[in-house]
Design a protein around this ligand. Structure first.
Ligand code: FMN
Length: 257
């Protein structure tokens, strides 16, 4: 099924196929997909071989370090992946049983990196330029992958890039730039998901952006009030001007302060 899905997607223009054996969600693992696959190494080998030989685009893989602390077979899976012709491996430094609890352990990622010769990406809990540098250096990986820290803060990538290249931290983006990025993001959400879903998905992203802005402010009540108001809006035509008005009030506040 995975090989067929890969072929259908390549026919439709996919330039790369990334297989996810990291997902911890119950509804996914109950069907023996996502990170549940890590428990069946023979099946992993079959899937990877079939997918790689079915398409002529690069196939990459994402894994966790294992199913649980007693079955931490990330290293074995990494070897299987390399043998199968996987072109890059992303490793989330937690087992499935860990969910998102505890902190990511980078030692296993470092061991995986040393054991195979395809590019390895470290993932898990990287939330700042300094942390990215530290993980790159301590594990020797080829790249880092960022998830939650990019929610509401998509400029984290340029912040990391700048820090790695110059050793200095970029100043936080100004409110006008955050507003411009957020508006562009919302328009992309409406365009991609359509008005009904787009408007609903926009609410959670706006929450994440505002959480970032409000960390720098003395009072959160202004943000809380706005979030409540924003979550009651049902159309893109209402959401966009509301964002605009909110950011104008911020600038007014910061001038008054
Ligand atoms: C809301 C949410 C959705 C996710 N969806 C996916 C997904 O579709 N595919 C995937 O490979 N990982 C997915 N992940 C996992 C992330 O890619 C990443 O491995 C995990 O969040 C740990 O990295 P972080 O600490 O940088 O967030 C998701 C994570 C979150 C929080």
């Amino acid at each position: 099924m995975l090989a067929e899905a890969a072929m259908l997607n390549v026919e439709r223009g996919a330039q790369i196929v990334d297989i996810n054996m990291g997902c911890p969600a119950k509804k996914v693992c109950n069907k023996a997909a996502g990170s549940a696959l890590l428990r069946d190494e023979a099946l992993v080998e079959t899937i990877l071989n079939r997918v790689v030989s079915s398409v002529d685009v690069p196939v990459t893989l994402k894994i966790r370090t294992g199913w649980d602390m007693d079955q931490r077979n990330g290293l074995t899976i990494a070897g299987i992946a390399e043998q199968a012709g996987i072109q890059a491996l992303a490793v989330h430094g937690r087992t499935r049983a860990c969910g998102y609890r505890g902190s990511a352990e980078y030692d296993t990622i470092a061991r995986i990196k040393r054991a195979i010769s395809i590019p390895v990406f470290a993932n898990g809990d990287i939330d700042s330029p300094q942390k990215a540098k530290q993980v790159l250096e301590s594990t020797g990986v080829d790249a880092v992958m960022i998830g939650r820290a990019a929610q509401g803060r998509p400029w984290i990538f340029r912040e990391i890039e700048h820090y790695l290249n110059n050793g200095e931290l970029l100043p936080a983006p100004k409110a006008e730039e955050v507003e411009a990025i957020l508006i562009e993001h919302l328009q992309a959400l409406y365009g991609f998901y359509g008005d009904y879903l787009g408007v609903r998905i926009a609410r959670k992203h706006v929450g994440w952006y505002l959480a970032g802005v409000s960390r720098d402010k003395d009072s959160n009540s202004h943000f809380g009030d706005f979030r409540k108001l924003f979550n009651s809006l049902d159309t893109a035509e209402q959401q966009l001007p509301a964002i605009n008005k909110f950011f104008s009030s911020l600038q007014y506040d910061s001038k008054a302060a």
